[in-house]
Design a protein around this ligand. Structure first.
Ligand SMILES: [Fe+2]
Ligand SMILES: [Fe+2]
Length: 165
């Protein structure tokens, strides 16, 4: 029955909206602190989550529902980069788990298209988790040097306009 699927898909929209807001917030703050690679990872991931909102919204409309554009969580005002990455990795893990559970619920409701949509999202969220986790590993392996390197890269870019490397 499509009402159950619409309810699930609106929970997806809310989860994805939270991720968009949280990752954009992290993006601004990493940019402000001069950590360009991590800043752009948050930005790119936020854009992918926005596409997830769209995917779920289209399915809701197809099923004749209304898209509730709400966020599941408030933005957490974390400024420490390592803590940002840990929060982001935890969010991805939670999303992947929830989508797995909801995929089974959609399947039990004989809505295989919604099930497939959710399974595709799980693959993306697992990839996002890996990307954040790799950054946490880098910080663990290289410590403060990893951040210093990112700041140096920015100074070099600022000092050499054009492509002169
Ligand atoms: Fe997502
Ligand atoms: Fe994600």
């Amino acid at each position: 029955m499509s009402e159950k699927s619409i309810e699930i898909l609106n929970k997806v929209v809310a989860d994805e909206m939270s991720a968009v807001h949280q990752y954009m917030y992290f993006h601004f703050h990493c940019d402000d602190q001069g950590y360009d690679p991590i800043s752009s990872l948050f930005e790119k991931t936020a854009i992918e989550e926005m596409i997830h909102v769209e995917t779920a919204a289209k399915r809701i409309l197809f099923l004749g529902g209304e898209v509730e554009m709400v966020s599941a969580h408030e933005v957490e005002k974390i400024h420490d980069v390592r803590k940002m990455l840990e929060r982001a990795a935890a969010m991805e893990k939670e999303s992947a788990h929830a989508y797995n559970v909801w995929a089974n619920e959609a399947s039990a409701n004989a809505d295989s298209a919604t099930k497939r949509l959710l399974e595709d999202l799980v693959l993306d969220e697992e990839r996002h988790f890996d990307q954040y986790n790799d950054e946490i590993d880098n910080i663990e392996r290289f410590g403060e040097q990893y951040f210093a390197l990112q700041s140096i890269e920015r100074s070099k870019a600022a000092g050499s306009p054009g492509d002169g490397e």
